[in-house]
Design a protein around this ligand. Sequence first.
Ligand code: FPP
Length: 233
Amino acid sequence: MDGNGRWAKERGWPRLKGHEQGALNVERICEACIDEGVEFLTLYAFSTENWKRPAHEVAGLMLLLERFLSEKVAMMNRNGVRLTAIGRIADLPGPARKRLERAIGETAHNTRLTLTLALNYGGRDEIVDAVRSIAAEVGERKLDPSQISAETISNHLYTRTMPDPDLLIRTSGEMRISNFLLWQLSYTEIHVTRKLWPDFGAEDLHAAILDYASRDRRYGSSVENLPSPSNAS
Ligand code: FPP
């Protein structure tokens, strides 16, 4: 959800105003995803690096998250949105973590769209956590090191119940992965738009999906011999 700060700066407003507008945009994009038939939407809401921002900005982001989680459960249930989260959730401030857990429980029965918030998330930390849990299984002799495969690693990531993303949309013209879903993005198509997140609307989502639909997904193969992702090299 990149570009909130610049969106506010362009108007001479404090950065938190941009985050506020960015949080409002989440509902609009959830509804647009449902209209497009998208089943999984993952939003990078707070990275492990974001703790380095000024304390008042971090506190403001946590309050916005809490407000979103308490005010938008009704919207999620109306639209069939199941909320989940990835990241080191246990290290979030107590009030935000409790509201998150409650919202996850209250939307668990929904099936139309899985909205995943990446919170206190870092792609490298996710891989570290997966390696630790695989190593623990090896230590307990539940797993033989010779049996460890790419699938074993996928099955130990925070995203183990989700498919790898088809499309990564990067707002505000940034051309970086920024420590997001490092393992899962291996064969993901990337769409970069200059639109700032608060301005990114249903028509921009539609344009991104049309761009995606025009791509020839080859998973490392030649055009003549298109394998499935599991056979990719
Ligand atoms: C990036 O913009 C955005 C963030 C670091 C925070 C996004 C969080 C929210 C919109 C609110 C809380 C979350 C939810 C799900 C309600 P930036 O500050 O890096 O913008 P810039 O690149 O223009 O400076």
